[in-house]
Design a protein around this ligand. Structure first.
Ligand SMILES: CSC[C@H]1O[C@H](OP(=O)(O)O)[C@H](O)[C@@H]1O
Ligand code: HPA
Length: 265
């Protein structure tokens, strides 16, 4: 048996994990279409990296093939997934550059394939429990890694997933705030719920890159220039946390891993 690779999914601003050793691109065919991944090692740990918007950020959030992406990770033997989502802040106390380890979500999407189970398979109709959508053990790893790396991360946060690709109206952001949302994004769902359906242990780091529409003092429009400027200064913090998390895994192999001593196949 081989060691289960760690899955890393990222989107806007994270297209290349410079730390990956011997990175190799693969196309993984699945029943839902092809997924593109990069396989390599990081601190000796096998890693499968998936950039959810595809090469050159060519796929908008509402058209990402979430099912192919998650199925591909599961088919490659991934058990644990750390995802990164950049977001607009809804909680007025959050600032661009802030990090959260999400613990819940609101699904405000409208037109995405949301499940692996359409009723025709041997499982029939499946209703997945999502009372704890982000896996507590992976959340703990993220929080511990952040603490060791000296990069503060808020423990908990509700991610409101909008359909996109447009940004939200101020009224939509107020509605999400009333429902308890802290940050707004366009890709976290159904990625997280498909991961649950596939039996993966999934957690997500959210990096705030702008105040969501109408949040804060300014009524300025949200611009990609502003978002890219925050990414330039803040993406290093996310990579440091991931680096620490992977380093810790390499140092203290997980006894529940199928075989933590074997090298990557
Ligand atoms: C660049 S702003 C909108 C874009 O950023 C977020 O990306 P991701 O979730 O992949 O980190 C948001 O969901 C949109 O895709
Ligand atoms: O303000 C936002 N809204 C939705 N998704 C986002 N991704 C980055 N910023 C935002």
């Amino acid at each position: 048996m081989t060691r289960a690779p760690l899955g890393l999914i990222a989107g806007t601003g994270f297209y290349d994990l410079g730390a990956l050793v011997d990175p190799a691109e693969h196309t993984v065919p699945t029943a839902f279409g092809d997924a593109r991944v990069v396989r390599g090692t990081w601190h000796g740990i096998p890693v499968v990296f998936l950039t959810r918007h595809g090469a050159g950020h060519s796929v908008p959030p509402h058209l990402v093939n979430y099912r192919a992406n998650i199925r591909a990770l599961a088919d490659l033997g991934v058990r644990d997934v750390v995802a990164v989502n950049v977001t607009g802040s809804i909680d007025p106390d959050l600032r661009p550059g802030d990090l959260l380890c999400l613990d819940d979500f609101l699904d405000l999407t409208r037109q995405r394939p949301v499940t692996f189970f359409d009723g025709s398979g041997p499982e029939g109709v499946v209703h997945t429990d999502v009372v704890e959508p982000y896996h507590p053990a992976i959340r703990r790893e993220i929080l511990d890694a952040a603490s060791t790396a000296g990069r503060p991360v808020r423990d908990g946060g509700v991610y409101a997933c909008f359909e996109g690709p447009r940004f939200e109206t101020r009224a939509e952001v107020r509605l999400a705030r009333l429902a308890g949302a802290d940050v707004a994004g366009m890709t976290g769902v159904p990625e997280v719920t498909l991961a649950l359906e596939a039996g993966l242990r999934y957690a997500a780091i959210s990096l705030v890159v702008n105040p969501a529409s109408g949040v804060g003092d300014s009524d300025e429009p949200i611009t990609m220039d502003e978002i890219n400027a925050v990414l330039r200064t803040s993406s290093a913090a996310v990579l440091e946390i991931l680096d620490e998390l992977v380093h810790t895994r390499a140092t203290f192999p997980d006894p529940t891993d199928p075989d933590p001593t074997e090298p990557f196949a």
